[in-house]
Ligand binder design. Structure first.
Ligand code: PBG
Length: 318
């Protein structure tokens, strides 16, 4: 007996544990629907709700009470337009919630997703040109407006998730030129075109009307060298935090980025990963608590500093 000696009791196992997950490392994603007055359950994600501009405040009070220190906001507008105009409305749901949360919970780190898919009429991440390709310049101009509207509302961290080339440089300079040099950028630097975003489409109201795919801007799951180029580009452009998304299928990417970069690294345990665990637990196939603990530990072991997860609240409760 040699290796087993180190695992013989809960006390010894805890003492030897190389990796910890604490609630302060978790980020809870929250959906804010501008057109509802009561929380609305997301069928594909049991336990997750779309919130109203008011109800989200109670939810955050509960999260803060449980030791969660960061939230990531997504907005669902009443009206989706070809140019995603609601995304940069100074009185939009996300903008309102940012300022209310910063007033009520000054210590809370408020992050907001910066992408157009929830706001655009066709569900794409940016306007398309006549050939059907993303119009990069038009998209970047709108994203700058979105980031500035968040910064004006007092957001701590803008989280651009659109995988648009050059987006970090453009947002950094837009923020700096407008007096927001303290606003951080958390880049979804390595975001794969993944089947695991399925349930999110319902949660973010970007599902039914969406036709097509995002393979022309999100990464091919077969690639890892390209992930290094994506991350390096965002480092060069001024990202403060890099992210890998989804989580579990891409632990290799996370681990290798940890070796290559010294910036804080985030991982996003996405909607499909959440839904899989929920469904398996509901079917009696696995122990939900243990699965949450194990997956979050795996992210930390692979090198994540922060973890964006719909289980943040559940984990804090454990
Ligand atoms: C884009 C965005 C998506 C997610 C986060 N930001 C959807 C997509 O890229 O298709 C997915 C998150 C999840 O599945 O939990 N705004």
């Amino acid at each position: 007996m040699d290796l087993m000696r180190l695992r013989q009791s809960a006390g010894i196992r805890a003492l030897m544990s190389e990796t910890q997950v604490s609630a302060s490392q978790l980020v809870m994603p929250l959906f804010i629907h501008e057109g509802i007055s009561e929380p609305r359950p997301v069928a594909a994600m049991p336990g997750v709700f779309q919130h109203s501009v008011d109800s989200v405040v109670d939810e955050v009070a509960e999260l803060v009470g449980l030791g969660i220190r960061a939230v990531l906001l997504f907005g669902i507008p009443v009206e989706k337009t070809p140019t995603a105009d609601a995304a940069f409305n100074p009185n939009g749901g996300v903008q309102q919630v940012i300022s209310v949360l910063k007033q009520k919970f000054p210590e809370l780190v408020v992050m907001a997703d910066c992408c157009l898919c929830e706001y655009s009429a066709d569900g794409h991440c940016g306007p398309r040109d006549s050939a059907g390709n993303i119009d990069l310049e038009k998209t970047l101009i709108i994203l700058e407006k979105v980031a500035l509207s968040y910064a004006k509302a007092g957001v701590d961290i803008v989280a651009p998730s659109g995988m648009m080339d050059g987006m970090i440089a453009r947002l950094r300079s837009a923020l700096d030129q407008n007096g927001f040099s303290r606003t951080l950028l958390m880049s979804y630097a390595v975001k794969y075109a993944s089947a695991f975003y399925g349930p999110f489409r319902e949660a973010a109201g970007s599902g039914d009307h969406f036709v097509g795919h995002r393979k022309d801007h999100q990464m091919n799951p077969a690639q890892i060298r390209e992930a290094f180029r994506e991350a390096q580009a965002d480092v060069d452009q001024g990202a403060d935090i890099l992210m890998v998304k989804p989580g579990l299928p891409y632990l290799d990417v996370l681990a290798q980025l940890r070796q290559r970069h010294d910036l804080p690294l985030a991982v996003y345990q996405v909607s499909g990963e959440y839904a899989m665990i929920k469904a398996a637990a509901a079917a009696g196939a696995l122990d939900e608590r243990a699965a949450i603990q194990e997956t979050l530990t795996a992210f930390r072991r692979a090198g994540a500093d922060l973890i964006i997860t719909y289980f943040a609240k559940d984990y804090a409760r454990l």
